[in-house]
Write a protein that binds this ligand. Structure first.
Ligand code: ADP
Ligand code: MG
Length: 629
């Protein structure tokens, strides 16, 4: 029988498992039991919805058995089984959920942390096994199959002789290391297995049967005992969401999160909901700590597991979560949902919509609570998912902005940390009209912006917009509690005193002709050349008039569907700066060539400061050489 090779990624993953020195090898059992439970879920669903499948409640179980002599551990389930193609697909290639995340992020040697962080699925069996045999018979096939592998070398699939639908996995445990004789043999001991199952798989809804050896009195008056073997159900079987919150510990919730592969991190918060009114449902929701690797990509699918009276009917129901809360993981169980409901009908289902609305407000409330009472964790959350909230403000024409505005945080110039808009407004001095912000690629970069100087100098707090979406989101909001947002780079900042205003107006009139000339020399590159009232120690800056700012222009230019949207740029000149004297001089001397040289230099400087490129680098360097000569 020719061996087939594993697909490249699978091989890499397997290698890591085989050589694993990860200390919590026990999680392999959680993985196999979880797979068994998933397979029974599918079978159970079939049985309930397909009249052709006869069943009895006792038919659904997972059985764990050991054979000390053979050094094997078997996990048997009465699930849906696998066809030959499915065996090939599912166990020859790792393509699903946890493993996919794994594949992209695993370039470390021993996999020590990674195994703990990620769900590792079926292959985790190779942490403890040097050979694994899977015997399976699919509900859809009369023929059983046997998959066998002793590691990275490959696997074989041959016809098998399993008679009942379901899957049995036999693990041939590795030999113990010389200095640790319990390394693998521990998985042959009943008590140890019992502990592991209780720890990770207690809430599995089907009985996990384990054969345990018991000592019983031999009878009559004798002190003797006999050994009997008895099969017992190890897990409590009550789904965690049916339990009372007071009975559950944080660890229970975290274990469930991992068992379900909702995420591989430690969730920041869990929300356990039991509603019993016009709508009835139970739900356990999690706010993860870290961003899934594909979160901000098209591949990411949001959704919650959906159960109807304890039966899983959909693995990822997207309609339960708004896009801006797509990071939420977890499940919903409701008795009001029909088992046979189709995806299309579900969307219009009134019950489901009510549940979704309810979930939305619970999540919002929880996040607001976290922001208020658990700032540290909220900031962790915000670091991972804040961007999504801002997209939420911007998307759908801003219709969710009121739900989200109080969840936003921005870095503040005066506090030197993230602040909410409410905190900003609360601190505003009475005479301050606007909420000031500056956009740029980083805090350091923004701090160097000439136009940011004056606002900070006047003692006003300024928010740093360093993410692409920031300015778009804020444009959608327009104001917060009646206070308008104002970019330090656009329009009138409202910072001048009456006196300064008058002085500036006079200067503007005085130099009108000079600015007109410069504008002409720039030949349509700017909409205007103007006397600046926002500059302090710098000679020039580039600002924008109208809706599109320079930052927005930069971002739009990177988009594939870019339509060449341009900001209306204004070159602002600081008439109190030393170089202004040179400009004036050239103008008074009617020295067109020199004025052109200065204008070009100042314009390009302003572009560079804004993070725009110089339009003609050769001409620019020639200009610099000319003034050096
Ligand atoms: P995941 O469970 O995240 O999909 P695994 O590596 O744990 O990834 O399992 C891979 C796939 O193999 C499963 O998706 C399932 O289709 C199949 N599988 C594993 N164990 C069983 C089983 N006991 N019964 C039926 N199918 C199984
Ligand atoms: Mg799995």
């Amino acid at each position: 029988m020719a061996k087939k090779e594993f697909k490249a990624e699978s091989k890499r993953l397997l290698e890591m498992m085989v050589n694993s020195i990860y200390s919590q090898k026990e999680i392999f059992l959680r993985e196999l039991i979880s797979n068994a439970s998933d397979a029974i879920d599918k079978m159970y669903y079939k049985a309930l919805t397909d009249d052709a499948v006869a069943f009895h409640q006792d038919d659904f179980y997972i059985r764990v058995q050991t054979d000390e002599e053979a050094r094997t551990l078997t996990i048997e389930d009465t699930g849906i089984g696998m066809t030959e193609e499915e065996l090939e697909q599912n166990l020859g290639t790792i393509a699903e959920s946890g493993s996919l995340a794994f594949k992209k992020e695993t370039e470390t040697e021993d996999g020590r942390d990674i195994i703990g962080q990620f769900g590792v699925g079926f292959y985790s069996a190779f942490m403890v096994a040097d050979r694994v045999v899977v015997e399976t018979k699919s509900l859809d096939s009369d023929q059983a199959y046997r998959w066998e592998s002793d590691g990275v070398e490959g696997y074989t699939i041959t016809p098998g002789n399993k008679s009942e639908t379901g899957t049995t996995i036999t693990i041939y445990l590795k030999q113990d290391e010389e200095d640790n004789e319990d390394d693998f043999s521990q998985f042959l001991r009943e008590q140890r297995l019992k502990t592991i199952i209780k720890k990770y798989s207690d809430f599995i809804r089907y009985p996990i049967l384990l054969t345990v050896t018991k000592e019983e009195p031999a009878g009559d008056d004798s002190e003797e005992t006999t050994t009997v073997q008895e099969e017992e159900t190890v897990n409590s079987m009550v789904p965690i969401w049916r339990k009372d919150k007071s009975e559950l510990t944080d660890e229970d919730y975290t274990n469930f999160y991992h068992e379900k592969h909702y995420g591989f991190d430690q969730p920041l918060k869990h929300i356990h909901i039991n509603v019993d009114g016009t709508i009835r449902y139970s739900s356990i929701l999690y706010i993860p700590e870290t961003t899934p690797f594909d979160y901000y990509s098209k591949e990411f699918e949001k959704g919650l597991e959906l159960y109807s009276s304890g039966v899983l009917i959909m693995e990822k129901c997207p309609d339960l979560l708004p896009d801006y809360f797509s990071f939420v993981k977890g499940m919903v169980d409701s008795e009001d949902l029909s088992l046979n409901i189709s995806r299309e009908i579900l969307q219009q289902d009134r019950q489901l919509n009510m549940i979704a609305k309810n979930i939305k407000s619970k999540v919002k409330k929880e996040l607001q609570n976290m922001l208020k009472k658990d700032r540290e964790n909220y900031e962790k959350f915000y670091e991972s998912f804040g961007r999504q909230l801002k997209f939420g403000v911007y998307n759908d024409f801003g219709q969710h902005k009121d739900d989200l505005k109080d969840l936003l945080l921005f870095y503040s110039s005066s506090e030197k940390k993230l602040v909410s808009l409410a905190e900003y407004v609360e601190r505003m001095p009475e005479e301050q009209e606007y909420i000031y912000y500056a956009s740029g690629e980083s805090i350091e970069r923004i701090d160097q912006l000439p136009q940011a100087e004056l606002v900070k100098d006047k003692g006003y707090e300024m928010l740093y917009f360093t993410e692409e979406v920031d300015e778009f989101a804020i444009k959608m909001m327009r104001e917060y509690e009646g206070k308008e947002f104002k970019s330090v780079s656009s329009g009138d900042l409202g910072l001048e005193s009456e006196e300064e205003k008058k002085e500036n107006e006079e200067a503007a009139t005085e130099y009108k002709e000079l600015f007109e000339k410069m504008k002409g020399q720039l030949d349509g590159k700017v909409k205007d050349v103007r006397l600046s009232s926002r500059l302090k120690s710098h000679p020039v800056c580039l600002t924008a008039e109208g809706e599109v700012t320079i930052e927005m222009e930069k971002i739009l230019a990177q988009m594939p569907e870019n339509q060449g949207v341009q900001a209306d740029k204004v070159l602002e000149i600081n008439h109190q700066h030393d170089v202004f004297a040179s400009l004036k001089q050239a103008h008074e001397n009617n020295d067109e060539a020199t004025l052109q040289l200065y204008t070009n230099l100042l314009y390009n400087q302003a572009r560079l400061i804004e993070g725009l490129s110089v339009e003609d680098p050769v001409a620019f360097t020639n200009d610099v050489c000319r003034i050096m000569k």
